[in-house]
Design a protein around this ligand. Structure first.
Ligand SMILES: CC(C)(COP(=O)(O)OP(=O)(O)OC[C@H]1O[C@@H](n2cnc3c(N)ncnc32)[C@H](O)[C@@H]1OP(=O)(O)O)[C@@H](O)C(=O)NCCC(=O)NCCS
Length: 324
């Protein structure tokens, strides 16, 4: 048994922040940001109305509609987020309400920073393989803009808000191959110490002390070393040669990280689709949003061989091989 992706959906906030807009906030330029990251713009949520759960709910509704099923058909919701609205209820519970799933639907969240959606996807796969669930909704959603230090040009240029979602259905087939890795030893280069309080989001001093911290160069080095390695290892585990893969769906953090990964794997960059130009790094929303965009563009066909891979805070890095 395996969980086939039968529906995809995504949501991006209406407000767009371009590189030129950012150059009014910090000392930077469109040219620098594009050259060092590939990012042209990102979407920023209205923190009063476009909460993480709101965006997750819309992405989930779109994925359910795309799958051609009803919300009440879903028997498990796993949500990934590092920026939930509140400590509890979980984002998954709020999504249950948004899609009209019944009370016989299990709901919980996972937090594994940017690879969170892969962790949620693999959790869903395990429920399906064990026969504990048949139709599972896996959603990733983030309002990172609430946690970014908008005076730090080394981090604020990278991140954006959004949500992405997939519906998985139990189907005959080989289980997904996967590898999950983590290193708290190396975690200091990317961390966020405190939860935001929604009623203090206009308090600049509070925001600054609760913003996340990043040593960009260290994270870059970690990513370009570990991502190609974990992809090679997961393909070896799945016994599938790299040149048979249709698409490598990588975490949308920085075009240079994706380019370096393609080069190390000796695979053409055309097999590494990117949406980061338009969205920036949306953390756990990054991979499902990219999949949703690819489906809308007609790039996803049944039977295609895909690798998904991500890295982020923890440090954590995960990869999986699946057939679409
Ligand atoms: C953050 C990142 C874009 C910085 O790019 P970089 O090429 O490593 O740049 P550096 O940090 O080496 O800085 C180079 C110079 O540009 C400057 N700089 C940094 N940010 C800048 C900006 N937004 N605009 C202009 N100059 C900037 C630095 O101050 C530095 O100046 P100096 O040489 O005078 O000291 C890059 O390191 C990165 O993407 N890292 C990975 C981050 C990531 O993926 N995080 C999420 C993980 S989920």
């Amino acid at each position: 048994m395996t969980g086939k992706i039968i529906g995809l959906g995504s949501y991006l906030p209406e407000k767009v922040l371009t590189n030129d807009d950012l150059s009014l906030l910090v000392e930077t330029s469109d040219e620098w940001i594009q050259e060092r990251t590939g990012i042209k713009k990102r979407h920023i949520s209205d923190h009063k109305t476009e909460t993480t759960s709101y965006m997750a709910g819309i992405a989930a509704q779109r994925a359910v509609e795309d799958a051609g099923i009803e919300g009440s058909d879903i028997d498990l919701i796993v949500a990934a987020s590092t920026t939930p609205d509140v400590v509890f209820p979980s984002i998954a519970c709020m999504v249950q309400k948004a899609i009209g799933a019944g009370e016989d639907c299990g709901c919980f969240d996972v937090n594994s920073a940017c690879p969170g959606w892969i962790a949620a996807f693999l959790t869903a796969q395990s429920f399906i393989e064990a026969g504990r669930a048949k139709k599972v909704l896996v959603v990733g959603a983030e309002t990172l803009s609430n946690y970014v230090d908008w005076t730090d040009r080394g981090t604020c240029i990278l991140f954006g808000d959004g949500a992405g979602c997939a519906v998985l259905e139990a189907s005959e087939g080989i289980p997904v191959s996967s590898i999950m890795r983590s290193s708290c030893e190396r975690g200091d280069c990317l961390f966020c110490a405190n939860m935001k309080q929604p009623d203090r989001l206009d308090d600049e001093e509070f925001i600054k002390t609760t913003s996340f911290q990043m040593a960009g160069r260290d994270v870059f080095r970690f990513a370009v070393t570990e991502v190609p390695k974990i992809i090679r290892d997961v393909l070896k585990k799945a016994q599938v040669p790299a040149d048979e893969i249709d698409y490598f769906i990588l975490h949308q953090a920085n075009a240079r990280i994706i380019e370096a990964t393609a080069k190390k794997l000796k695979i053409g960059l055309d097999k590494f689709p990117m949406t980061l130009q338009e969205t920036g790094n949306t953390s756990s929303a990054s991979i499902p949003s990219l999949l949703s965009t690819m489906k809308k563009e007609g790039k996803l066909q049944r039977g295609q061989k895909l690798v998904i891979a991500s890295f982020g805070g923890g440090l954590t890095w995960d990869a999986a091989y699946l057939e679409y």
